[in-house]
Design a protein around this ligand. Structure first.
Ligand SMILES: [Zn+2]
Length: 217
């Protein structure tokens, strides 16, 4: 948020844009809630995130996740910054939004201390084979023996989530799921996050993303 950036006489007009990446010089004063931006140089314009509706909706949804999951203060977080940079760069290059968002959200949850298990049962530690149950409160997959606290989740969703923890976002962007697969995956992540953050997530862009999908894009 850069207050006043769009005022006609602002130094930042036309330089600070939604989803662009820049290096800012800030003046910080004791006791003030907001710093004063004095200079900016743009690193990436990410133009396609404002001109392509798929990229725009995707960048909006990931931003909403950031606002919901990350706690704000003056502490820098390099890993979250680099993740955001990567998600925006992929969306800007025209990568399919759903796998990028779902993969990015998995990373974001892990980075913010809300990681989950996808390979071994969270209750007994057994390796998961065959049909899979999931438990939000236990923190991931549960085996057949411990399954009474879980509910069934398609194995394709679990293998995507598992892959999201280990492979690059570039390679995740090429993973195709069945129609509606990413919607299920995103819903699982959202419900999981709601249990662990103990509040409802209002993700307005989710609806837009679904409408784009329904319209056949
Ligand atoms: Zn178990």
């Amino acid at each position: 948020m850069v207050r006043g950036a769009l005022r006609p006489k602002s130094n930042f007009l036309g330089r600070v844009e939604l989803f662009s990446q820049g290096e800012f010089q800030l003046a910080r004063r004791e006791g003030r809630e907001l710093d004063t931006a004095t200079e900016v140089s743009i690193i990436s314009h990410n133009e396609a995130l404002r001109s392509d509706f798929r990229g725009f909706a995707g960048a909006g949804l990931f931003s909403e996740w950031l606002l919901a999951v990350v706690s704000f203060g003056n502490e820098p977080s390099g890993p979250v910054y680099r993740l955001t940079e990567q998600v925006f760069a992929l969306l800007d290059s025209g990568a399919p939004p759903w796998p990028v968002i779902c993969g990015g959200v998995v990373r974001l949850l892990h980075l913010s201390g809300h990681g989950f298990s996808t390979d071994t049962c969270v209750a007994c530690g057994a390796e998961i084979k065959g049909s899979t149950s999931w438990s939000h409160s236990s923190g991931g997959v549960v085996c057949g023996k411990c399954g009474e606290n879980g509910f069934p989740v398609k194995s394709g969703v679990i293998s995507f989530l598992s892959r999201a923890g280990n492979s690059s976002l570039e390679s995740l962007a090429r993973v195709r799921l069945w129609p509606g697969g990413y919607i299920q995956c995103h819903l699982l992540l959202k419900e999981y996050a709601q249990v662990h953050l103990e509040r409802r997530l209002l993700l307005k862009s989710e609806k837009v993303m679904k409408e784009i999908l329904d319209a056949g894009h």
